[in-house]
Design a protein around this ligand. Structure first.
Ligand SMILES: Nc1ncnc2c1ncn2[C@@H]1O[C@H](COP(=O)(O)OP(=O)(O)O)[C@@H](O)[C@H]1O
Ligand SMILES: [Mg+2]
Length: 406
């Protein structure tokens, strides 16, 4: 059954435009010319998604959104606010009243469709039925803070979504100060904190689906709690249970880990197929990496489970690669160069570089890394409908191969 989308706008022409765009793409639409009509329609027949205009007489889009959220039936319905106003204030207001996304008017049809698709993708997944292949889980870790764990985890998650065209889960395990949602500029409507309060037996795929934030890149973020009180209440058992549910739903799961060996961190490290151990080219970081490697060995992790990633998170004199490798008695897999301005801009804008600048060397590097750490079986063959990211990666590999052979 096609998904039903409610469009609310006081302008008939706008309604017709949006309806046409969506119906051409196979969606079913219902329309309302004002907020009251919309509320009634929604109550009788809750839509799968709603698109609201802001400027309407009597009840504006923000107020409508707020009232929709009061209805339990509409609590988790994706709501996109569409408006000619687009100041930061307007966007904040949209998120304040519980909207999931925001699009400025006049909208580009392709952009509207792309957003809608992201929000409704989980419906399609359920309709098609999950093939239940096991997810590939990648943990990004360092015992020392500030070396780029979250930066790499965020870009890798967005990279997997863009590369394979599937939703990817980014799980923020830094319960006390995790910033993943922020790095995607996502309002933290729901977080691990909500899961802390729900008994384990009540947490199922549906609940989890509602708690995970949606980013337009196809990345779904399980955000860290807003308050430290809730952070304390997340047990290992609950984490294991949530991981099991995630594995049934997502082909890739990326863990953004805190800088410790807490019980919940260990659950993530144990369950990971691959651990990316981040190192900055300075003594304290190398020492922390050495300690982590010792613990991994004691835990019995096979060597190939762990890869070392050197990240130049500062510009000045750092330790040479050779010395780091000698100290750790291991080879580094990857070196990420220092890229201050672009990374900092990306973070303050809430846009991972891989999304905001795929054509730059940094964006390209993160794309290539997403491919590198993808499931071996998936890497072997060309996808039926390759994504733009896949094409760019393939092209770069072709060029590198050519350069190497000439
Ligand atoms: N390659 C890099 N070049 C420049 N700055 C970087 C680089 N990697 C990370 N940073 C900066 O380092 C800071 C810490 O990064 P973050 O990913 O939050 O680290 P962690 O999660 O390990 O604490 C961020 O402000 C980020 O902008
Ligand atoms: Mg972090």
């Amino acid at each position: 059954m096609p998904a039903t989308i409610l469009i609310v706008d006081d302008n008939e022409l706008n309604l017709r435009l949006a309806t046409r765009v969506l119906e051409k793409d196979g969606y079913q639409t219902t329309t309302a010319l004002n907020g009251f009509e919309a509320l009634e329609l929604c109550d009788q027949n809750p839509p799968d998604l709603a698109i609201l205009d802001v400027m309407m007489p009597d009840m504006d889009g923000y107020e409508l959104c707020r009232r929709m959220r009061e209805n339990p039936k509409l609590k988790h319905t994706p709501i996109i606010i569409l408006t000619a106003l687009s100041s930061v204030d307007d966007r904040l207001q949209a998120f304040d009243v519980g909207a999931d996304d925001f699009l400025s008017k006049p909208f580009v049809p392709a952009e509207l469709l792309a957003r809608v698709k992201v929000f409704l993708r989980h419906l399609e997944v359920r309709a098609v039925g999950n093939e239940n292949q096991m997810a590939r889980k990648i943990a990004v870790f360092s015992l020392r803070g500030g070396v780029g764990v979250s930066t790499l985890a965020t870009n890798l998650a967005a990279g997997m979504s863009q590369l394979w065209g599937d939703e990817t889960a980014l799980v923020d395990m830094a319960f006390f100060n995790g910033q993943s949602a922020l790095m995607f500029d996502l309002p933290m409507r729901n977080t691990w904190g909500d899961l802390a309060q729900i008994p384990e037996e009540e947490i199922d795929a549906e609940v989890l689906n509602q708690v995970m934030l949606r980013h337009s890149s196809g990345t779904r973020v399980l955000a860290a709690p807003r308050s430290a009180v809730n952070a304390d209440q997340i047990s290992e058992e609950k984490v294991s249970h949530v991981f099991e549910l995630l594995q049934e739903q997502y082909p890739y799961i990326i863990y953004d880990l805190p800088h410790d060996f807490s019980a919940t961190t260990l659950v993530a490290l144990d369950s990971a197929d691959k651990i990316l151990l981040l190192i900055a080219p300075e003594l304290a970081s190398v020492r922390a990496a050495g300690m982590a490697l010792t613990v991994f060995e004691e835990l019995g992790y096979p060597d190939e489970k762990v890869e070392l990633v050197l990240n130049w998170n500062f510009q000045s004199q750092g330790l040479p690669r050779g010395e780091i490798e000698a100290a750790l008695k291991r080879k580094l897999s990857i070196v990420i160069p220092y890229v201050a301005d672009s990374i900092v801009t990306a973070i303050t804008m809430g846009k991972p570089p891989i999304l905001s600048m795929p054509e730059t060397p940094l964006g390209a590097l993160f794309e290539d890394l997403a491919f590198r750490w993808s499931a071996p079986e998936q890497k072997k063959k060309r996808p039926e409908s390759p994504t733009d990211a896949w094409r760019r990666i393939a092209e770069r590999m072709r060029k590198r191969a050519k350069a190497a052979s000439s």
